[in-house]
Design a protein around this ligand. Structure first.
Ligand code: DI6
Ligand code: FE
Length: 413
């Protein structure tokens, strides 16, 4: 019979050497991609215990060896902004928009986020799980090993909790780390029409308290926009979040300049996301606070936005840029982080190296996770192995990420 007591410790100390690979460590050590040619990674107990050039590898006894045939290893990709858990779709709104209706017009007419709220409220937890698990599978096939998932399609205490439970369950089921953000302030639910202040009190009070007490959220997010919540309402919710010890992030300046970038910085937000309309002063404030700029090129593309985020100003002020899919049914039905990287290059003029840093090192910072995003000793052994000749290829293929396999917490699949 299988001996659990012996199996446990042996599993934990099992060493695997991944070798005969080029490694884009994404460390900032002055070389492009922090690259190591003909490298090796030793994994012990789910962590990287050694990484370097293969010729420097110390002799290892009893280690399993994996020859990667000259492939490339990168950190496992991190999708730091998704609304992955929802029911239904909004293909009919896509048709309306193609005929000339704007995203804001559809939202004001009662469609948009509210239409997904109706289908998500009606869905049972198992159905939500199944639909979301399929989408998560697609992200994983693109090299993702960590994903952030927001609520925001429940908009009442029970349904927001339901959504976040599904997100947690996805993390337990799939070979991926899930970080959750509570986005109760995503839109005004229909039953609060004309009573926005009351809804903000519900979010900042009862909802947040329950979500925090049940440990369902790792961060708190708000959609600050003309069609959503004002800067003052955002501040009210952020203050409540901080009293509960939860970090904040913000959907900022996506459709108009609401002073969102500066507002996020004022609260020391982990990230400000979208930022097409962010001002120079807002970017400067982000730089001073170390707030990460999360760019979402698939939403820019799908909404046929023309105002680009101020990438040149982020660079000038040294604001780190992350890239994410924003996977959601309304503005970004995207299931490929490498495709978002491609669009970050073609639409926003990032370099392929900046795009990869955006989906690894800077994405980890946008989630406040210091244990991943670069490959170095002590970090989690999450990495993606690619059938490519150069890491620029990861942002080059349009929707065809050539993933060989990924390794999650040291386990390959
Ligand atoms: N901005 C977005 O792009 C998504 N949420 C947000 O605050 C859109 C969500 C949706 O349309 O369902
Ligand atoms: Fe979003």
């Amino acid at each position: 019979m299988y001996n659990l007591q012996e199996g446990g410790p042996r599993m934990a100390s099992r060493q695997v050497i991944w070798e005969n690979a080029s490694i884009a460590t994404m460390r900032q050590n002055g070389s492009a991609y922090g690259a190591i040619e003909d490298g090796a990674i030793v994994v012990t107990g789910g962590r990287i215990s050694w990484i370097g050039a293969r010729r420097d590898l110390p002799p290892q006894k009893d280690a399993e060896r994996r020859d990667l045939g000259g492939r490339w290893i990168t950190p496992g990709l991190i999708d730091c902004h998704t609304h992955l858990v929802f029911a239904g779709d909004r293909a009919s709104e896509f048709e309306l928009r193609l005929k000339g209706a704007t995203y804001e017009e559809i939202a004001r007419a009662g469609g948009g986020i509210r239409s997904t709220v109706n289908s998500t409220r009606a869905a049972c937890e198992d159905d939500l799980f199944r639909a979301s698990r399929a989408r998560l599978g697609a992200l994983i096939a693109g090299g993702v090993t960590t994903v952030e998932i927001k609520s925001g399609y429940g908009l009442d205490t029970e349904n927001e909790a339901k959504l976040l439970r599904v997100a947690r369950r996805l993390g337990a089921d799939a070979p991926v780390t899930v970080r959750t953000s509570f986005l109760g302030a995503h839109a005004l639910p229909p039953e609060y029409e004309g009573r926005q202040a009351d809804y903000v009190e519900l979010v900042a009070g009862e909802m947040l308290k329950r979500i925090a007490a049940e440990g369902l959220a790792d961060a708190v997010d708000v959609f600050a926009e003309r069609i959503a919540f004002t800067p003052a309402e955002t501040a009210r919710i952020f203050e409540a979040a901080q009293r509960l010890g939860l970090p904040v992030k913000l959907h900022a300046d996506q459709l108009s300049d609401q002073g969102g970038a500066a507002l996020a910085a004022r609260f020391g937000a982990l990230s400000a996301d979208h930022l097409e309309y962010a001002s120079k002063a807002g970017v400067a404030a982000m730089a001073a606070q170390g707030t990460i700029a999360v760019l979402l090129p698939c939403a820019f593309y799908f909404l046929r936005e023309t105002k680009k985020p101020p990438v040149e100003i982020f660079r000038k002020y040294g604001v780190p840029i992350a890239i994410a899919t924003d996977c959601n049914p309304g503005s970004s039905p995207s299931l490929s982080l490498p495709l978002a990287m491609n669009m970050a290059c073609t639409l926003f003029q990032l370099t392929p190296e900046e795009a990869l840093a955006g989906a690894t090192r800077n994405a980890a910072r946008a989630l406040g996770m210091a244990d991943r995003g670069v490959l170095e000793t002590g970090k989690v052994a999450d990495f993606a192995i690619w059938d490519i000749r150069h890491p620029a290829e990861l942002a080059y293929w349009i929707g065809g990420a050539p993933l060989f396999r990924s390794v999650k917490d040291g386990a390959d699949r």
